[in-house]
Design a protein around this ligand. Structure first.
Ligand SMILES: O=C(CO)COP(=O)(O)O
Length: 250
């Protein structure tokens, strides 16, 4: 089986007002009119911009950063997967470490959210990653593989699920694991996916996230079993994000 098509995804987190759509438009132009890249491109703006972003986007897919696990109901302030789809999203990130930490979301909750996404036809980007203490204790691989096993939705296939490995200590810090550490982790995740999904596990995209920048993208994207990036800070400016997409241009 050939390598999965790469995905370069931007997570705007809690950043972006209407004026930020100008960056999305600039990115659209760079992706459409620039040198073609051997990857899919995705931006996940905050909920408030999904509708407007999906009207503007064409070459760039639009996703969300979270969804509720239920279809509808008395969940004040929450957003269902179907609402995201209705607003024009085609992907949703679930289990980002900031949600696991700030909103006490464990892998059981993440799995339910991913299942809600799949039920309406959204692709779920399931995030996993160890803390610095877990890495220092030599538990990074077992922690992350455990998260993958517990967070993967029932019915997962390579077409419906993407896994994003984001070491918590590398997010927004400018620090990244070595290419060898990234390759070791992504290979362990790949093995867990094959164990769970059989041959189709080879086709699941595994993204790396955590301080990806234009200057380190080519090196990180070149590691074994890395099929793209999940980018925070450097996704806010079209020119920076385009510099990361460059890793997939010949
Ligand atoms: O959390 C991330 C993407 O989801 C990574 O954030 P940074 O790229 O800002 O480190």
């Amino acid at each position: 089986m050939s390598n999965p098509t790469a995905l370069v995804a931007g997570n705007w987190k809690m950043n972006g007002l209407t004026e930020s759509l100008a960056e999305l438009e600039a990115l659209e132009t760079l992706v459409k009119e620039g040198k073609s890249a051997d990857c899919d491109v995705l931006i996940c703006p905050p909920f408030t911009l999904i509708g407007a972003a999906s009207v503007k986007a064409d070459a760039v897919a639009i996703g969300a950063q979270d969804c509720h696990g239920a279809v509808s109901g008395a969940h004040t302030g929450d957003i269902s997967a179907q609402m995201l789809k209705d607003a024009g999203a085609t992907y949703v990130i679930v289990g980002h470490s900031e949600r696991r930490a700030d909103h006490f979301e464990n892998s059981k909750i993440v799995k339910v959210k991913a299942e809600a996404a799949l039920a309406v036809g959204l692709t779920a980007i399931v995030c996993v990653g160890e803390t610095e203490a877990e890495r220092d204790a030599g538990k990074a691989v077992s922690r992350v593989v455990g998260q993958v096993e517990a967070s993967l939705p029932e019915g997962a296939t390579s077409a419906k699920v993407v896994v994003a490995y984001e070491p918590v200590w590398a997010i927004g810090t400018g620090r990244t694991p070595t290419v060898q550490d990234v390759a070791e982790m992504h290979t362990a995740i790949r093995e867990a996916l094959i164990k769970r999904l059989g041959e189709d596990g080879k086709a699941v995209k595994i993204l790396y996230g955590g301080s990806v920048k234009p200057s380190n993208a080519t090196e990180l994207m070149g590691a074994a079993n890395v099929n793209g990036a999940l980018v925070g800070g450097a996704s806010l400016k079209a020119s920076d994000f385009n510099g990361i997409i460059d890793a997939y241009r010949k």
